[in-house]
Write a protein that binds this ligand. Structure first.
Ligand code: TMP
Length: 247
């Protein structure tokens, strides 16, 4: 195992151990199957259908799966999501947007994500902090060091075990998402905003290849799902023999 992978695994273990110390539970088996997996991408890359696909693969592989999303996943988080995405408010300052994303995340971690990992469940989350780097860092051009400070404060050492970024050119995403419903506050942004979001995602995948990967989402659904399956095998999340009814 490479040393940065080792650091990542140890960090994940430490934060779970800290949570366990503060929330004692009866002794249980030492089986550690739980993983923290996140799915990312710009609008229109097919997150919704691929979330269902990944969940099915995980469950067929024996994972007890909790599916959740950001911003959201808790009562407070969903209320913050409504505020963040409200299409009538195009005046929110970028700093307020950033801080509300992390407020929702703090609640989500303490009420949903950490308790699930502690119960040996696998958490599959539709967006997480990589979205903040992409949208607030890339799209809004906020200082990435501020995001990194908030990340360390709110998450400690916890990072997803695997982040899959569905990557496609902005025009393809736009064309696929177009006309679905009234665009929310962020969907209303212009193409150059989404170009920056996409570039930031690609940069993250290049920077942290041990835990973040890109999947070409411009391909047809069957090819995208085949690639997702291969990534889950490569990153040791599911076995190569696992299939879903969707394939
Ligand atoms: P979606 O989950 O339906 O794609 O909508 C969530 C929106 O919120 C999407 O436009 C991305 C945005 N977002 C951020 O800007 N920063 C974040 O940290 C997260 C989690 C989401």
């Amino acid at each position: 195992m490479r040393s940065h992978e080792c650091d990542q695994k140890n960090a994940s273990r430490i934060i779970r151990a800290e949570y366990k110390n503060n929330n004692p539970r009866p002794a249980e088996t030492e089986r550690r199957m739980s993983k923290f997996i996140t799915l990312e991408g710009i609008e229109g890359v097919g997150k919704t259908s691929n979330m269902r696909y990944i969940k099915e693969l995980l469950e067929n592989s024996g994972h007890d799966c909790v599916v959740t999303r950001e911003p959201g996943g808790t009562d407070l988080g969903e209320a913050l999501r409504d505020i963040l995405l409200d299409h009538s408010d195009d005046n929110m300052s970028p700093d307020s947007e950033l801080l509300l994303m992390f407020a929702a995340r703090a609640e989500h971690l303490s009420k949903v994500i950490l308790p699930a990992l502690e119960k040996d469940q696998t958490v599959l989350c539709d967006r997480f902090t990589e979205a903040t780097y992409a949208y607030q860092g890339g799209g809004r051009q906020l200082d990435v060091d501020k995001i990194s400070e908030l990340e360390d404060w709110v998450q400690g050492e916890l990072r997803p075990d695997l982040t899959i970024i569905l990557d496609a050119p902005v025009e393809i995403g736009r064309a696929r998402a177009g006309g679905r419903s009234e665009p929310d506050r962020i969907e209303k942004e212009h193409d150059d905003f989404f170009q920056r979001v996409r570039s930031a995602y690609i940069e993250l995948a290049n920077r942290y290849p041990h835990r973040i990967c890109l999947v070409d989402a411009s391909l047809g659904l069957a090819a995208v799902q085949k690639n997702i399956h291969e990534k889950l095998v490569d990153y040791d999340i599911v076995g190569s023999g696992i299939m879903t009814g969707i394939e």
